[in-house]
Design a protein around this ligand. Structure first.
Ligand code: PLP
Length: 392
């Protein structure tokens, strides 16, 4: 009997465990200190009124024989896919219902999508990066080529014609750097993918945070992207669904490789390995796209973006370089005084009692950088920035 030995090539995911250990030790030794966390990537505001009303109504439906629902469609209920189509129409994009697959969040689909691609494909992954892209490919034993995201390219790597890749991961707005590709930059990626017969896996989990109207919020806003890109969308950050779980994956029918429709392959995969997202959750997700639901979701996003602005303004005042914070809920700063990510982490924790995330945890290019999240409570963000101003 053989295990999947690729799992032995995974690095221990010690980042958040190490952060938690340091924070817990510090709190135990300093019980009187108020520690503020700007390290989390999770939302803090509750679900909106519209979503709660829809979840409650759907729960009652499930208790009534006439309205009870059993298994749903593998690709999600049409009412939700229609609501999502309308949302995309607002971006000037036309999707067909069967190009949309409802998921239990972007993370599972980003990982599971690899099922439909051969293991001998080469994947191109930015560094630093959301660790799921790397780990899921290591699990499958794929060859990974990293592209450097650094100061030199404003954390937005562009295609290198000398590198041949089959699968390309792009995340914009980016976690952890907060960098956002513009249309011209994404167009270069689309051109590269078409030339190389590659497929772009585009993670738009943070699209709702883009405020600048000239920036793309979907890769399909770029010409011919429907021939080379799959897009992963999530309600986690848009509408506070991190614990409720719902997202969408778009696979255009125009996307074929080796003469096969990737949409058809994915449907075949899902109908074998996935039995859908709960009806109750899909009704809650539908409510996000109602006029009231959208207004409520926008208000939550605006709250977090105000936090981001407070953080960005403070860093500007202190003369600390950063990216993100304007069209993304993450602020990615250069550690002052040449400190390493972990040295800055220790300084923030012990001197200012603030917790952030060391950039080194997201890849080698993250060293010397630091991520602050805007998902916290407003008063805490303001207090943390006051401490930064006093101490840096
Ligand atoms: N993609 C990125 C870039 C993320 O940062 C996250 C969560 O932090 C996800 C996907 C996961 O989204 P979901 O909660 O929909 O699984």
């Amino acid at each position: 009997m053989n295990i999947n030995r690729n799992y032995l090539n995974l690095q221990d995911s010690y980042l958040f465990a190490r952060i938690a250990k340091s924070v817990n030790e510090f709190k135990a030794q300093n019980p009187d200190k108020k520690v503020i966390s700007l390290g989390i990537g999770d939302v803090t505001l509750p679900l909106s009124k519209s979503v709660i009303a829809a979840l409650s109504a759907a729960t009652l439906e499930m208790g009534n024989a006439e309205t009870f629902k059993g298994y749903g469609d593998y690709e999600g209920y049409a009412f939700l896919r229609k609501a999502f189509c309308d949302y995309y129409a607002g971006k000037g994009l036309t999707l067909e219902l069967d190009e949309i697959f409802v998921s239990d969040g972007a993370k599972s689909d980003v990982g599971n999508m690899l099922d439909i691609f051969s293991e001998d494909n080469t994947v191109l992954i930015p560094d630093p990066v959301y660790p799921v892209y790397v780990d899921t490919n290591i699990m499958a034993g794929r060859n990974i080529v990293y592209m450097d995201a650094n100061d030199g390219n404003s954390f937005k790597p562009l295609p290198d014609k000398n590198v041949k890749a089959d699968i390309i991961y792009l995340c914009s707005p980016n976690n952890p750097t907060g960098a956002v590709y513009n249309k011209a930059e994404l167009a270069l990626w689309v051109e590269y993918a078409l030339e190389n017969d590659a497929v772009i896996l585009f993670d738009s989990a943070y699209e709702a945070f883009v405020c600048d109207k000239s920036l793309p919020t979907s890769i399909y806003q770029i010409d011919r992207a429907e021939q080379c890109a799959i897009e992963f969308c999530s309600l986690s950050k848009t509408a506070g669904f991190t614990g409720t779980r719902c997202g969408f994956t778009i696979i255009p029918k125009a996307l074929t490789r080796s003469g096969e429709s990737l949409n058809r392959l994915w449907l075949r995969r899902q109908s074998t390995k996935f039995n859908g997202v709960p009806y109750i959750i899909q009704r809650g997700a539908e409510a996000v796209f109602s006029p009231e639901g959208l207004a409520e979701a926008r208000a939550s996003v605006a709250y977090y973006m105000d936090n981001a602005r407070v953080i960005a303004d403070t860093l500007t005042k202190l003369g600390i370089e950063f990216t993100g914070g304007h069209n993304a809920p993450y602020v990615w700063l250069k550690c002052p005084d040449g400190l390493s990510s972990w040295e800055f982490f220790d300084k923030l924790l012990t001197k200012m009692n603030i917790v952030g995330t060391p950039g080194a945890g997201f890849g080698k290019n993250g060293e010397g950088n630091f991520r602050l999240s805007a998902f916290g409570n407003r008063d805490n963000v303001a207090e943390a920035m006051k401490r930064l101003e006093e101490n840096l």
